[in-house]
Design a protein around this ligand. Structure first.
Ligand SMILES: [Zn+2]
Length: 207
């Protein structure tokens, strides 16, 4: 068995909002908080979805075979993305953890609900939403593979997906939540794989 461990650190360029089913006094839309320590976090499923989406757009753009999640009928079950990130027929080989933030700051902003059909602001639909800010998020992704080559391929796919950066949460149009990769650390069977090698493999895969 080949064991892959990838540690990624993201920096947050602006505050963000991801809604939670939590009631926060005086705010209409509360942010996702870890109940254990009240810190903001990015749920593993959201992070995985974002990385997969980035990867799919990059590979499709390069005309590499790729399919589009999450609709089962649009997923091929055969490509590397389906293999490592999972599909209706494959259990994912990569395990994502929630991304944790170093320090949490919370505040609130006001927003206006838009009537979709008329594209105008609904009357009396001004709402407040909570935003969070933390300079850095970090997460760990793990995988176990029977083939050597699968561990490095999975790592390269994660690198491509994470490197693109992304906007987090519901506030994209309000300019909230831009995230960039700060650090990408990989170990295969406990041995560090350096970024030069990952870059080289990335070029090979995208060629
Ligand atoms: Zn596929």
């Amino acid at each position: 068995m080949n064991r892959l461990e990838v540690n990624i650190m993201f920096s947050l360029k602006s505050p963000y909002h991801v809604s939670a089913d939590r009631v926060s006094f005086g705010v209409d839309k509360a942010i996702c908080l870890d109940p254990r320590d009240n810190r903001i976090f990015i749920p593993a499923t959201s992070l995985k979805g974002i990385i997969r989406h980035n990867l799919e757009s990059t590979l499709n753009h390069k005309n590499k075979k790729s399919c589009i999640a999450p609709k089962p009928e649009n997923m091929c079950n055969e490509c590397n993305i389906c293999k490592f990130f999972g599909s209706p027929k494959n259990k994912a080989l990569l395990l994502f953890e929630d991304a944790r933030v170093e320090e949490t700051e919370l505040s609130s902003r006001m927003g206006v609900a838009i009537e979709r059909r008329r594209k105008t602001a609904k009357e009396d639909h001004l709402f407040s939403y909570e935003i969070g800010f933390g300079k850095r998020f970090s997460t760990k992704i793990r995988g176990f593979f029977s083939k050597d080559n699968d561990a490095i391929t999975a790592c390269v796919l994660l690198y491509i997906g994470a490197k693109l950066g992304f906007a987090l949460g519901a506030g994209k149009s309000r300019g909230l939540g831009w995230v960039n990769i700060e650090d990408f650390n990989t170990f295969i069977n406990g041995k560090e794989i350096f970024i030069d090698e990952i870059n080289k493999k990335t070029m090979e895969l995208l060629q």
